[in-house]
Design a protein around this ligand. Structure first.
Ligand SMILES: [Zn+2]
Length: 358
């Protein structure tokens, strides 16, 4: 059940200026417009733009080359690690709840619970409140601040897993399956495919939460971001480089150990040099059996950094908006479910966001 502690019974206000007059999807991404219809700033611009608020560090949301980037300090650090110090001409770091005015719009950031530093953007203009939630989830994640529901007039949401069939299990139950398997197959290297920003660190932190104390071996491509998380106070325990042995020879020291690698490394020669590798993949998409099968995954782990169907609906109930705008994903089922609640919903059809980068 959704908590009723928020001002859910707040009567819906009559808006003097409807938000669709000042925030719109353009070819360059979601933009806040001035009275002449010119963009004042973008959110997660998909093309190079002047002023951009970035919700989080995933590549389809955080692009290099903008003039001025406004984001959480963590997101700015992630962009710097990925793109180098010159990823923007100017940057502004905002603390959670710190207000900044751009044009006549007040903005502030609250946590989205998606990856380290991930933010929802709260926009207040002429008495109307719009929340751009970016990518978000509600399940536990020891590596980032939890999603904070903010009641609003317009809630702009993703719909990556917006079908009733998508139901994500408790993360620790999924993680425990790895520990059970390690006992059953102590001679096999357990190789977990996980995206380099967010998923890899979450898998490691959940393994630690489940009581796994051994060193965890990481592929070189994950090193920089794991270090960045640790520099921001996220305890990942002892990490060691997963160096595969000489050409053709398996690295015997990794038998019975946990190795984390980007999904692209699972299928290539790199993982075949590990001793009798047991291929695991951690992703919300692992609920789709066909996807697991196609990619040769022996143990699919359903571990998503996006809200599942029930969490999307519960979140919308909690923030209780007059309208829901859907950025990308499977909008049809969500629109139908919302119309049954007498809520106005529309699809923005934003292009440039990817399903898979989770
Ligand atoms: Zn994302």
């Amino acid at each position: 059940m959704v908590s009723k502690s928020l001002d859910q019974n707040r009567p819906h206000r009559k808006l003097s200026t409807h938000p669709s007059n000042w925030i719109r999807p353009l070819a360059s991404g979601l933009a806040v417009l001035d009275v002449h219809g010119e963009p004042i700033f973008h959110i997660d611009a998909t093309r190079i733009a002047d002023t951009v608020i970035v919700t989080h560090g995933h590549a389809d949301h955080a692009r290099p080359g903008h003039k001025h980037v406004i984001a959480s300090a963590e997101t700015l650090a992630i962009m710097k690690a990925r793109y180098g110090a010159n990823f923007a001409e100017r940057v502004t770091a905002l603390r959670w709840h710190e207000t900044m005015r751009i044009g006549d719009v007040d903005i502030h950031l609250v946590p989205a619970g998606h990856v380290l530093g991930s933010a929802q953007i709260v926009l207040d203009y002429e008495g109307a409140r719009v929340v751009v939630s970016g990518d978000y989830k509600r399940k536990s994640d020891p590596t980032c601040a939890p999603f904070e529901p903010v009641p609003c007039d317009v809630f702009i949401t993703e719909a990556t897993f917006a079908l009733p069939v998508f139901s994500h299990p408790e993360p620790l139950l999924e993680i425990n399956r790895i520990l059970v398997s390690l006992k059953q197959f102590p001679e096999r290297a357990h190789v977990i495919g996980a995206y380099s920003l967010g998923k890899a660190q979450r898998v490691i932190a959940l393994l630690r939460q489940a009581g796994y104390q051994e060193p965890i071996y990481i592929h070189g491509a994950l090193q920089k971001l794991c270090q960045l998380y640790q520099d921001h106070g996220i305890d990942l325990g002892i990490l060691a480089p997963a160096t595969t042995g000489e050409k053709g020879k398996p690295q015997q020291a990794l038998a019975g150990q946990i190795v984390i690698a980007p999904p692209s490394a699972l299928a290539d020669r790199w993982s075949r040099r590990l001793p009798d590798p047991l291929i695991i993949m951690a992703s919300g998409w692992m609920q789709v059996k066909q996807r697991a099968k196609q990619s040769g995954v022996e143990m699919p782990l359903i571990l998503s950094d996006h809200a599942d169907w029930n969490d999307l609906l519960a979140t919308i109930d909690e923030v209780n908006p007059q309208e829901v705008w859907i950025t990308h994903g499977r909008e049809d089922a969500l629109m139908r479910a919302l119309s049954l609640k007498n809520m106005t919903a529309k699809a923005l059809h934003l292009i440039g966001y990817e399903d898979d980068a989770e």
